[in-house]
Design a protein around this ligand. Structure first.
Ligand SMILES: Cc1cc2nc3c(=O)[nH]c(=O)nc-3n(C[C@H](O)[C@H](O)[C@H](O)COP(=O)(O)OP(=O)(O)OC[C@H]3O[C@@H](n4cnc5c(N)ncnc54)[C@H](O)[C@@H]3O)c2cc1C
Length: 108
């Protein structure tokens, strides 16, 4: 694995600014895919911008009647969200169908 930088932005604006500052920046969530790809040499980011601590884990109704899904909402939380199970049941089913057991049932 090549050396890389790591930052934890204090806000979404800062995360976007850091990402736009130059090539080779990648957002880091849980690292499940990205870190594996880095170990294999498929990805070699200059800097990882850790967005896991940002307050982006909300699912909210929009004024137009849709849903706004935060960038760090967990699949299991989204699948179980009352607005999703009530208004978007196919989305809930698709999330659960694509997940392995531990992912599917952690919060259900
Ligand atoms: C062993 C294994 C088992 C898996 N099992 C399942 C499974 O059962 N079900 C399933 O659905 N998936 C599964 N996956 C896939 C994996 O969980 C998903 O791809 C998941 O989205 C990775 O989330 P992460 O937060 O770890 O992403 P990361 O690895 O941190 O990032 C993946 C990519 O998304 C980008 N990214 C991350 N966060 C953001 C953000 N907030 N905004 C914009 N870009 C972002 C990163 O820059 C990177 O390019 C599995 C993967 C592995 C390696």
């Amino acid at each position: 694995m090549k050396p890389f930088g790591y930052v934890r932005p204090a806000s979404t604006d800062e995360a976007v600014r850091l990402c736009a500052a130059g090539p080779g920046a990648r957002f880091l969530g849980g690292g499940t895919n990205l870190v594996d790809l880095m170990k294999l040499g498929v990805e070699a980011p200059r800097v990882l911008i850790d967005v896991a601590g940002l307050p982006l884990d909300r699912v909210t109704r929009t004024a137009e009647g849709g849903l706004s899904i935060g960038a760090t909402v967990r699949n299991s939380d989204l699948a179980a969200h009352p607005d999703v199970t009530r208004s978007y049941p196919v989305l809930s089913q698709a999330l659960l169908a694509g997940a392995s057991g531990p992912v599917s049932y952690t919060h259900l």
